[in-house]
Design a binder for this molecule. Sequence first.
Ligand SMILES: [Zn+2]
Length: 439
Amino acid sequence: MDTTPTRRQRIFEMLMESQYWPPAIMLEYQRSQLAQLLRHARANVPFYKTRLDPVFKSNGEIDWDRWHEIPIVTRADLRDRRHEMLAAEMPPGHGPAKDFSTSGSSGVPITIATTAIASAAGRAAHERFDRHHALDVVKCRAAFDFPFEFKDWKLLLRNRRQDPIAGMIRGQGTNQIKISVTAKETEKLAALRWGNASVLSSLPNDIEIIARKNLSLPRHHRVRLDSILCFGQGATEEQRKLFLASFGAKAIEIYSSKEAGFMGFQCAEGDRFHVNSELVLLEVINGQRPCAPGKVGRVVVTPLYSTAQPLIRYEQGDMATPGTTCTCSIRLPVLSKIDGRQDPILKLPGRLATEMLVNKDLLTNVLEALALQVAQVSELRFEIRYVARRAVTPGKKGVITRHLRSVLHPRLHVDYRKVSEIPRNAGGKQQRFVREFSL
Ligand SMILES: [Zn+2]
């Protein structure tokens, strides 16, 4: 039997120790990783050819005191200069690279290349997260997903008789189930009950909708869960209370993005977040300088394993408040709060829905959009605001309108408005989805 530990296991073993490292040791580790990334980017990535000059001394050493002079990479850079950002070659053992597309919460569509080593590190960090929260890996985990994502799964289609719930699949040889986001609320609850799920992962808004349904059932019919893992956006205080009342479940937030991977997680002892410093350098800045604890600032990230398309000081688009220390024994940096990660719940005639139903890639591709915003103006009226080189043709509008009608409501009216810039909300953020009337 081959007993060689896999790369993921080796990283996991390091993470279980490094979470207790004193900050000075972690800094030293991060700098050794960053130095390799900077040298790689400067040599192999046209975008960084001169951009990193401020930190390189004439003798080739790195001047960490000038780190803040490295210009911030924006989402528009990723959209418009992607080819310059791809590495001509990768360090040994990092590949292969894989592309991900995302429209993100700001509605600017991008494609990002990540590495095999980054995914292994991400999985290892999730394993550490499971241990920290004592999540039972034997019990069933459920997640909502778009049906077209199912193609990557080894489906147990022939076991349909054993998986009697519409829109539900069980991963082969795993204890995980995926439930279609397009399934009805009662079907989603039935799938959770059938699978005897203990953990549910999704956008908090999606979970809010079925949590409301579950709470409306007689007590002995309600689904019970141990934990809710909140991805993609923060959970509001009301949502946390609702999940507890409805499922008896604790909500745990995960801080991650397609661009930077698994950046942080909520601590088991309270609302604070810990940063996965072994995977990413996460800065919170105000102007050019680091934010003091308790002050809110912009999140700027440098994922350490992103060698296929290095992101050195990338503006993540979120705001956060650095904390000091935690009551738990982990010594990873603390964020006391992360903001700017809320999407609205959509209100349709007779039901609530979320943006998860909408195929964002379809909208982006059909509109050839540089940026877009989907605004719900009234229950049956949507407006698509988009930035593009040319206006969308009537035929292409038809494609999008048909998709939105099929997933949201058959009588939906959709307007299209080409704009020079996506409007900003009161907080200055350009949101991908907005609802312009109250629930
Ligand atoms: Zn903690």
